[in-house]
Write a protein that binds this ligand. Sequence first.
Ligand SMILES: *Cc1c(COP(=O)(O)O)cnc(C)c1O
Length: 375
Amino acid sequence: MREEIFVTRASLPPMEEYIEKIRPLWESRWLTNMGDLHQEFEERLRQYLRVDGLSLMVNGHMSLEMALSAMKLPRGGEIITTPFTFISTIHAILRNGLVPVFCDVKLSDLTMDEEKIEALVTERTAAILPVHVYGNVCGVERIQQLADKYNLPVIYDAAHAFGVTHQGRGIGSFGDVSVFSFHATKVFHSIEGGAVAFHNPDLYRTLYNLKNFGIRSEEVVAEVGANAKMNEFCAAMGLCNLDHIGEEREKRKRVAEKYQELLADCPGIRMVRGREDATRNYAYFPILIEEDFGCTRDQVYDALGRQGIHGRKYFYPLASDQACFRNKYHDVELPTARYASDRILVLPLYGELELGDVERIAGILMEQRGKGARE
Ligand SMILES: *Cc1c(COP(=O)(O)O)cnc(C)c1O
């Protein structure tokens, strides 16, 4: 039996490098609470991501929650966001006492359709929260124009976009704040981890307090906070992985280019690619299985699964259709998001995936062409 192939596989540094990184902890016993490794990782990330300010967090979800909380948005305010995202984005909005308003996406790259935002702005709109889904850069220029026109903050969920640059700028430098995830399944990880990037220097203190129970000093708690601190073991993993991110990206690039070569001209397979003027991080390889393929996405997904290859229907169902949200928030027509959600398939992609396996996966996929009618 061949080894199963999952949509991703966490990269790990050589074990000795990690052990060297954590060795000093047996001496210091400073295991969490903004230790040396935390500080070092925070500063190195700030430089690597080319952002003005950065606050490390325990994970991507809490980064979103802390970012929204730090913006001090009015309770009950509406947040214009995308249904084509991981559920975390929407949970973070609701857990801050805010209300999601879903905006449709563009078929080309599945990011929020910036031309559909304005129609959703009301006097209750408190912010815009787009997602650079698959690392595809949103229409940041138009979104900023609208934000300026209506005086709205922009919070980007950049969980998929680690290391992406656009016009020479770090992706996290667009909008007011951007949130990253360093979960083990992401292109860059610290086991669990996340960060909030920002421009306003005051946010460093605000976020520091929010992630540390609102504690100001030994005897003073000045506000309500949470515990969203990254521990030293995670910071150590992040530092080690940061030393190897260049290699990981090169390896992923080879895999992605192989898929591209094998699948690009196939009728019924639509590539979901980001804008040409942004760099790519090869975090995911999403395709749409359209009618011309002669077989549905689910049939392709099942055929791969029978061979031990596990793609992901990422994102199906739409976040707005999940049981906890369905029919609760503004009913906006989302034809493109729905179309994409029914046809999306994310193929396995990670640095260690062998090109022979990529050929096998593409082969199984192509064998399904035209089979739909016969099943
Ligand atoms: C992974 C992810 C998150 C949450 O990050 P965690 O580190 O897993 O908490 C949020 N938004 C998107 C789009 C994600 O993919």
